[in-house]
Design a protein around this ligand. Sequence first.
Ligand code: HEM
Length: 236
Amino acid sequence: MSSSSAESGWLSSPILKKVVTGVTGLGLTLFVLGHMIGNLTMFSGPDAYNQYAHFLVSLGPLFYAVEIGLLAFFVFHIITGIRIAMGNRRARRSRYAVRRTAGGPSRQTVASRSMIITGLLLMAFLVIHLLSFKFGPGGPGNANAAYFTTVDGVGMRDLAKLVHEKFQTPWYTFGYTIIMLLLMLHLRHGVWSALQSLGAMRPSLTPVVYTIGGLLGAGIAAGFIVMPLAIYFGFI
Ligand code: HEM
């Protein structure tokens, strides 16, 4: 496929691609922040965790609308992210073809290269994650009486049981820990890059926003990691 046909279509503008990646990325950051906080209900016990998950599902049409929006955000974020990375690669190739004395990669190149790698690994994680939990035993299209419980007289999915089972195994627990560290790196650069693409930042603010992105990424990753580790080491 020629580079011009690869760049055709309504998402061909480099600025539009960056804006779409930035807006969807910030939206997904809010989702992971909310998801992480929700996960911490496990520290109040399995019933609290199940009630929280059940509350979300019982929102009905609102819940499904948010799920569809979330899916659209993931799809657009992944498509535009991959296209930006492909565009950067093409630009590097043509630059090297003209000027063979190019030195080592710039900090920006290293950061954007790591974004596509961490992004693709997170995408693979997400597929496994959804198959294990959302569509796991007791989930949609996978009815299983062993993963059903009753809390205060209300019947619901026993998601806490499934989460406890998964995080008994070392490869699952430490695999999640590694993925959450990748998420931290992805968020650190992503938050900075998104705010820059959206023009919400003066160059003088770069160190501040990079620090905020780093703290946000580290906070979200730490919040996600504590629950699997607490289960694995038998604290909850
Ligand atoms: C320790 C880390 C995590 C744990 C224990 C965890 C746990 C769960 C569980 C139990 C569900 C099923 C909820 C339900 O069906 O009601 C779920 C759904 C989901 N998780 Fe995670 N999660 C973690 C990290 C992540 C991360 C890092 C992402 C994104 C990069 C993510 C994205 C999702 C998505 C998109 C769903 C489906 C939401 C929905 O449609 O209801 N999760 N997670």
